[in-house]
Design a binder for this molecule. Sequence first.
Ligand code: NAP
Length: 288
Amino acid sequence: MTIQLGIIGFPIGHSLSPVFQQAALDHLKLAATYSTWEIDPVNLHSFIDSLRSSDIQGINVTVPHKESVLPFLDHVDEWARQAGAVNTIVNRCGELFGYNTDGIGFIKGLRHSHSFDLQNKTVLIIGAGGSARGVVRALANESVGNIIIANRTLSRAQSLSMLSMGLGVSAQAISLDWQELSQAAVQSELIVNCTSVGMAHTAEFGSSPLLCQQIPPNSVVYDLVYNPIETQMLREAARAGAAVISGIKMLVYQGAASFELWFDKPAPVDVMLESADKAIQDMSERPD
Ligand SMILES: NC(=O)c1ccc[n+]([C@@H]2O[C@H](COP(=O)([O-])OP(=O)(O)OC[C@H]3O[C@@H](n4cnc5c(N)ncnc54)[C@H](OP(=O)(O)O)[C@@H]3O)[C@@H](O)[C@H]2O)c1
C-alpha cells in the first residue's frame, strides 16, 4: 500500500514542501506520495475529521490553518500548545496528534551553519507574527539572555515580549524606528528577520528591515524569508561583514522533523536541502 502524506494550506500552490519531502521519500525508496491539498478555511474541520478514517498517515499544515487546526485534534504537544500553532499532524490509527516543528527547524538551521552557544546571548527579532512566536519559544529553550522584539505594530511586539518573559527570558518591545532599531542591533549577537519583508512576488521584494550600517560585523543574521535564498537583508548583512543564514535551512529542517515524526527514522536532510535549493533556483529563473 502506498503511504499518503501531504500539506494543507489556502492557497498552497507556492509550497516547496512537496519538492523536498518527495525527494526524501524517493531517496529512501519508501512507497509514499506527498501531495498538496488546498483547503478552504470553511472546510478545514471536515477535512481534518476525514483524516481519521483515511490512509493519510500525516500532513503538514501551513498558512492560514496553523492556529485554527488545534481544536480539531485529539492530542497537541506542549511546544505546539505554547506556540499556539500546529504545523505537523500524525495519524496514529485514527487518532490525530499535533506538533510544531518550526522551533526545532529554526535551531537546527542555525546549528547547520554556526556552532555558537546561544546561552545568555542577546537576540533581536524583527517581526511579531506566527513565526516570531515559534522563534521566541525556541530561543527560550536555548536559555538566551535577552530578546528584543521590533515590530511595525508595537502592541504585537509587546504581547510577544510578555510571552518571552513568561518563558523566563527578559524581553523588550520596540518599534521599527531607525534609531531604536540601530541601538538594538548593535547590542545583538543574533538578528532574526521574522517579517515577510524581502520576499519574492511581494511589494517588499528587494527591501530589507535593516541596512548594512545598522548591522554589527560580529553578528549572525538569520532571515526566515527563503525566496529568494539571498535576500536583500542577507546582502546587507554580508556587506557589513556579518555571518548569514537563509530561511531555506529552517524550512527544510522543520520538514525533516515532520518526516521523523511520521516515519520514526532519520530524514535525509542533505537530499532535502539540495532539492529545495534547486527548486528555488528554478523558480527564480522562471518569469512571473
Ligand atoms: N523559513 C521558514 O521555515 C519559515 C517559517 C515560517 C515563516 N517563514 C517566513 O517568515 C515570514 C513571516 O511569516 P509569519 O508566519 O510570521 O507571518 P505573519 O504571522 O503574517 O507575521 C508577519 C510579520 O511581518 C510583519 N510585516 C509584514 N509586512 C511588513 C512590512 N511591510 N513592514 C514591516 N513589517 C511587516 C508583520 O508586522 P505587523 O504585526 O505590523 O503586521 C508581522 O510581524 C514570511 O515571509 C514566511 O514565509 C519562514
